[in-house]
Ligand binder design. Structure first.
Ligand code: C2E
Ligand code: CA
Ligand code: CA
Ligand code: CA
Length: 286
C-alpha cells in the first residue's frame, strides 16, 4: 500500500508540474495573445422569465490558443489578473461588447423589441484601476451606445468590505445610467443589509441556488431562502437575475419565486454574436 501511495504522489507531482509549466507558458504568452487577436467573445442570452423574450446577453471571453485550442476564462483570467494584463484585456472585452450591442440594436432598429443590452464582467483589478470610469465613458461615446444598455458585473467577493475608493468609480458609472450587477450573489458572506450601501441595481443569484431548484417541488427551505432574497432585492428596487438555468422546471420555479431574468443552457449556451440577434428576431416576429 505504501508503494502504491508513493506512486500516486509521483503521478500527482507530475501533474502538478505539468500544470505549473502550462501555467507559466500561458502567462508568458498572454500579452502577445492580445496583440495577435487570439481572444474572442461568446455571448449568452439573458431572457425575461415572464414572457421568454431576450433581454440581452453576457459577454464571456475565450482564448483561441495556437497549441491548446479554445481555453475558457477560468484558465487564463486569474493569470491575467496576477500579471496586470487584465486591465487591457478587460478594456478590449468592454469595447468589443459595447460595439456588439450597437450592432444588435442597429439591426433590430425597425422592430418593436426593446434595445438589446450587454453584460460585461469586471475583475477587481479593473475596479482599482484609475482609468475605469473614463475608459468606459470613451468606449460608450465612441460606439454611440446609451449607458443604460450596459451592465457591468462585479462579484460579491470583490465588494465585500469594499471601502469608498472602490465604490466611487462604480457610483459614478451608476449615476451615468450604467447598471451594476452583483455577480455570484450568495457565494460570499456579504451582509444583506450591506446591499443598501452598494451602487448596484441587479442581483445575480449564483448557480448554486438554481441547482437546488432541480427537483420539483424543490426543497422547501431552499425555496424560502430564494423567496426571501427575491423579496428583499425587490424591496430595494433591485432586479434579480438567475444564472445556470438548465431545465424548464428550474425556470418555472424561479419564475414563480419572482425572479426577473434568467440565463443558462436551457435557453442557450454561450455562442457567436449573430445567434443572439436571431433569438431576438424570433421574439420580435413571434
Ligand atoms: P460567470 O460570470 O459566473 O459566468 C457564468 C458562467 O457559467 C460561464 O462560464 C457560463 O458559460 C457558465 N454557464 C452558463 N449557463 C450555464 C448553465 O446552464 N449550466 C452551467 N453548468 N454553466 C453555465 P465561463 O464562460 O467558463 O466563464 C467563467 C467565469 O469567467 C465567469 O463566470 C466570469 O467570472 C469569468 N469571465 C468570463 N469572461 C470574463 C471577462 O471578460 N472578464 C472577467 N474579468 N471575467 C470573465
Ligand atoms: Ca458574470
Ligand atoms: Ca455569475
Ligand atoms: Ca457563478
Amino acid at each position: 500500500a505504501k508503494s502504491a501511495g508513493g506512486n500516486r504522489y509521483e503521478v500527482a507531482d507530475a501533474e502538478a508540474d505539468a500544470r505549473a509549466i502550462t501555467r507559466h507558458g500561458l502567462t508568458t504568452a498572454l500579452p502577445a495573445a492580445l496583440d495577435r487577436g487570439e481572444f474572442f467573445i461568446e455571448y449568452q442570452p439573458l431572457v425575461h422569465l415572464g414572457d421568454g423574450t431576450v433581454h440581452g446577453a453576457e459577454a464571456l471571453v475565450r482564448w483561441l490558443h495556437p497549441q491548446h485550442g479554445v481555453l475558457g476564462p477560468d484558465r487564463f483570467i486569474p493569470l491575467a489578473e496576477r500579471t496586470g494584463l487584465i486591465v487591457p484585456l478587460g478594456r478590449w472585452v468592454l469595447e468589443q461588447s459595447v460595439r456588439q450591442a450597437c450592432a444588435w440594436q442597429e439591426r433590430n432598429g425597425g422592430t418593436a423589441v426593446k434595445p438589446l443590452r450587454v453584460n460585461v464582467n469586471l475583475s477587481p483589478c479593473q475596479l482599482t484601476h484609475p482609468g475605469l470610469v473614463q475608459d468606459t465613458v470613451d468606449i460608450l461615446e465612441r460606439a454611440g451606445l446609451e449607458p443604460e444598455a450596459l451592465c457591468l458585473e462585479v462579484t460579491e467577493s470583490a465588494l465585500i468590505g469594499a471601502d469608498d475608493s472602490l465604490l466611487k468609480p462604480l457610483r459614478r458609472l451608476a449615476e451615468m445610467g450604467v447598471d451594476i450587477a452583483l455577480d455570484d450573489f450568495g457565494t460570499g458572506y456579504s451582509n444583506l443589509a450591506n446591499l443598501r450601501r452598494l451602487p448596484v441595481s441587479v442581483l445575480k443569484l449564483d448557480r448554486s441556488f438554481t441547482q437546488s431548484m432541480q427537483r420539483f417541488p424543490a426543497d422547501p427551505v431552499d425555496l424560502k431562502i430564494v423567496d426571501g432574497i427575491v423579496s428583499l432585492a425587490h424591496s430595494l428596487n433591485l432586479t434579480v437575475t438567475v444564472e445556470g438555468v438548465e431545465t424548464g422546471a428550474q425556470a418555472e420555479q424561479l419564475r414563480i419565486l419572482g425572479c426577473d431574468t434568467a440565463q443558462g443552457w436551457y435557453y442557450a449556451r454561450p455562442g457567436p454574436p449573430d445567434r443572439l440577434h436571431e433569438l431576438a428576431l424570433v421574439d420580435a416576429t413571434g
